[in-house]
Each structure stands twice: as structure tokens, then as C-alpha cells.
Design a protein around this ligand. Structure first.
Ligand code: NAD
Length: 290
């Protein structure tokens, strides 16, 4: 039996490499300045997954020399108090990046909070101004997860130009900016979503398949074009019969790796790349200040 398996797109290793490069860049930029770069992560409430993400981000900041000015607010914090905090951080000269850890408690309006962030400090690249810049193909801070996908493809010399790309998921966080970035690099892009009737057909047509639906292992090997590049953005915690939980992506890895030429693992694929792009955005904003 043919047991050919895909090459792993190692996001963890590339993220390490990027962090080492950023550390050097911070060192050389800091020579001419009297402060390190600064990132403020705002977290509201006690979502355990968010707490892990925030800790990872702050740890990564410390490693490369970015100062953290994050704040943790109780779940019942009001919209006005958060807006005031964002305005304070906008004016704080030590802060180059601000991000609001999502999801927020139900009573808060995340979109209107994003509007309050100075677009030049928008480390997550989710401000409508930066989204608009992406839409127009202008320079600007890019959304971290799709930017991480593009950087990983580039590292492995996978050029989207002229290829059929399919993005499964149309969220503002991942799917939509992902489709625009693939379009910007001259792929022919199809976007599928929860109302797409024949998802398998769309997936099977793709030379580059990016899956960001938040549905555990929904894409199996038989839905993948032989030789395709498969990027799994999904992060899902599933519990097995014995009650122990593990992380899986939106792609059924074992069957997919028999068909694809390149594939990202979960964990160790796009997750670490997202953090690396957040750090890169913060250093980018820092580099633009005198
Ligand atoms: P979301 O829930 O906002 O959006 C999911 C999208 O998938 C929607 O557009 C929906 O239409 C589509 N979808 C849902 N079910 C579908 C189905 N059965 N068929 C086709 N399309 C379907 O989620 P999101 O924020 O975009 O995140 C998606 C996944 O990526 C989640 O698992 C999330 O945890 C993960 N994620 C990972 C990172 C990372 O750093 N790796 C970052 C952000 C999100």
C-alpha cells in the first residue's frame, strides 16, 4: 500500500525563527530610543482559554524584549471603562500595540471597542481602517492569523499565484482577511461557509485549502485534492471516551496527510504563527516612531 505522507508546514519552528529575528531587530532599533516596544493586552473576565492565550502572548513578548502593559478586568466591567482604558493607552507613548482579547463577555460590544483603538497601534490588525487598507491592497497592520498563514506558505516557497485557493469560513477574524490576502497574491479564491451546499466539491477543487470553521476534523482526506497544500487554522478541544481532552484542528490530520503534499499540524501550526505576527506588528509600529 502507498503510505506517502505530506510534508509538515512547521509553524512552531518558523515562529521561533521569527522571534529570534525580532529580538535582534528590537535590540538594534532600541539603540536609538530610550524605551523598549510596548504591547497592551486587555482581557475581560475569566475565560480559561483566553487566559492561556494572554499568558502565551506576554511570555513571547518578554522573550524578545517587548514590555507588556496588559490589564485584566473583571467580567462585569462596563463598556465606558474599557473605552477609557483604550484612550489612555492610545495616548501612552510607551505603548505601540493594543489588543482586546476576544471573545468578550456578552454585555460588551467588541466592534465598537475595536473602533476606539488607534489604527497605528492596532496590533491585531482588526480595526476597520486596517481591514480597509487590506481590501485596497495598501500597506497597514494585517490580521495576525491570516498573515501567519501567508508567512508560513512563503517560508515553504508555496506561491499562491495562479493557484486555486479555497477558504472555509468567512469570519472577520480569519476567513475574510485570509481570502483577501490570497487574492492579493494572485490566487483564484473561493470562500465557503456554513450555507455552502457542496463543501466537499469546493474543498476538492483547491490547490491551497485553508480551513477556519471551528468544526473538529470536518475535512477528511477524501475531500482534499491530491497534492494540495492544507492549512488548518481550527483549534478545537475534544473530549474522548475516557474523559481526557486533546486539541484537534478542523482537518482530520491522519487521512489528510495521505493525500496532501503539505499540511499544518494542530497544535504547532498556525497557532504559534499568529503570536509571531502579533509581535511583528508591535515591532513594526515601534519602528515607525522616532
Ligand atoms: P467563527 O465561528 O467566527 O467562524 C466560523 C466560520 O466557519 C463561519 O464563517 C461559518 O460560516 C463557517 N462554518 C461553520 N460551520 C461550517 C460548516 N459546517 N461548513 C462550512 N463552513 C462552516 O470562527 P473563527 O474565529 O473564524 O475561528 C475558526 C477556527 O479557527 C476556530 O476553531 C478557532 O478556534 C480557530 N482560530 C485559530 C486561531 C489560531 O491562532 N490558530 C486564530 C483564530 C481562530
Amino acid at each position: 500500500m502507498d503510505t506517502k505522507t505530506a510534508q509538515i508546514l512547521d509553524g512552531k519552528a518558523l515562529a521561533q525563527k521569527i522571534q529570534t529575528e525580532l529580538k535582534q531587530r528590537v535590540k538594534s532599533l532600541q539603540g536609538g530610543r530610550n524605551r523598549p516596544p510596548g504591547l497592551a493586552v486587555l482581557m475581560v473576565g475569566d475565560n480559561p482559554a483566553s487566559a492561556v492565550y494572554v499568558r502565551n502572548k506576554e511570555r513571547a513578548c518578554a522573550k524578545i524584549g517587548i514590555a507588556s502593559y496588559g490589564k485584566h478586568f473583571p467580567a462585569e466591567t462596563g463598556q465606558t471603562e474599557l473605552e477609557e482604558e483604550i484612550h489612555r493607552l492610545n495616548a501612552d507613548e510607551r505603548v505601540d500595540g493594543i489588543l482586546v482579547q476576544l471573545p468578550l463577555p456578552q454585555h460588551l460590544d467588541a466592534i465598537s471597542l475595536l473602533y476606539q483603538i488607534d489604527p497605528d497601534k492596532d496590533a491585531d490588525g482588526l480595526h476597520p481602517m486596517n481591514m480597509g487598507r487590506l481590501l485596497r491592497g495598501e500597506p497597514g497592520l494585517r490580521s495576525c492569523t491570516p498573515a501567519g498563514v501567508m508567512r508560513l506558505l512563503q517560508e515553504y516557497h508555496i506561491d499562491p499565484a495562479g493557484k486555486q485557493a479555497a477558504v472555509i469560513g468567512r469570519s472577520i477574524l480569519v476567513g475574510k482577511p485570509m481570502a483577501l490576502m490570497l487574492l492579493e497574491t494572485n490566487a483564484t479564491v473561493t470562500v465557503a461557509h456554513s450555507r455552502t451546499p457542496d463543501l466537499a466539491a469546493v474543498a476538492r477543487s483547491a490547490d491551497i485549502l485553508v480551513v477556519a470553521a471551528g468544526r473538529p476534523e470536518m475535512i477528511s482526506g477524501d475531500m482534499i485534492k491530491p497534492g494540495a497544500t492544507v492549512v488548518d487554522v481550527g483549534i478545537n478541544s475534544v473530549t474522548d471516551g475516557t474523559g481526557s481532552s486533546r486539541l484537534v484542528g478542523d482537518v482530520h490530520f491522519e487521512s489528510a496527510q495521505q493525500v496532501a503534499q503539505f499540511i499544518t499540524p494542530v497544535p504547532g501550526g498556525i497557532g504559534p504563527m499568529t503570536v509571531a505576527m502579533l509581535l511583528a506588528n508591535t515591532v513594526e509600529s515601534y519602528s515607525k516612531k522616532s
